[in-house]
Design a protein around this ligand. Sequence first.
Ligand SMILES: NC(=O)c1ccc[n+]([C@@H]2O[C@H](COP(=O)([O-])OP(=O)(O)OC[C@H]3O[C@@H](n4cnc5c(N)ncnc54)[C@H](O)[C@@H]3O)[C@@H](O)[C@H]2O)c1
Length: 51
Amino acid sequence: MLVTGGAGFIGSRCVDHFVAKGHRVWVLDNLSSGPKANIHEWFAANWPEQA
Ligand SMILES: NC(=O)c1ccc[n+]([C@@H]2O[C@H](COP(=O)([O-])OP(=O)(O)OC[C@H]3O[C@@H](n4cnc5c(N)ncnc54)[C@H](O)[C@@H]3O)[C@@H](O)[C@H]2O)c1
């Protein structure tokens, strides 16, 4: 599952939803307006080197 703008307001909620449903999720986001903090929990859980 690819979520473009996944660090944004709507995108990050989509990421939460898809992860909760058991999907493996990728995010493409240039962080121009969405803060990385919106998806930080998933970085911390799965890719500690990028947290
Ligand atoms: N707390 C709140 O109520 C709140 C907070 C944020 C936004 N909003 C509102 O929610 C609505 C929708 O927000 P949204 O989620 O569409 O906007 P957003 O700006 O939160 O999300 C868009 C995402 O796309 C990314 N992006 C933009 N251009 C890109 C590019 N070329 N390549 C890769 N990534 C790119 C941005 O970095 C951002 O993470 C807006 O009306 C906004 O005002 C409300």
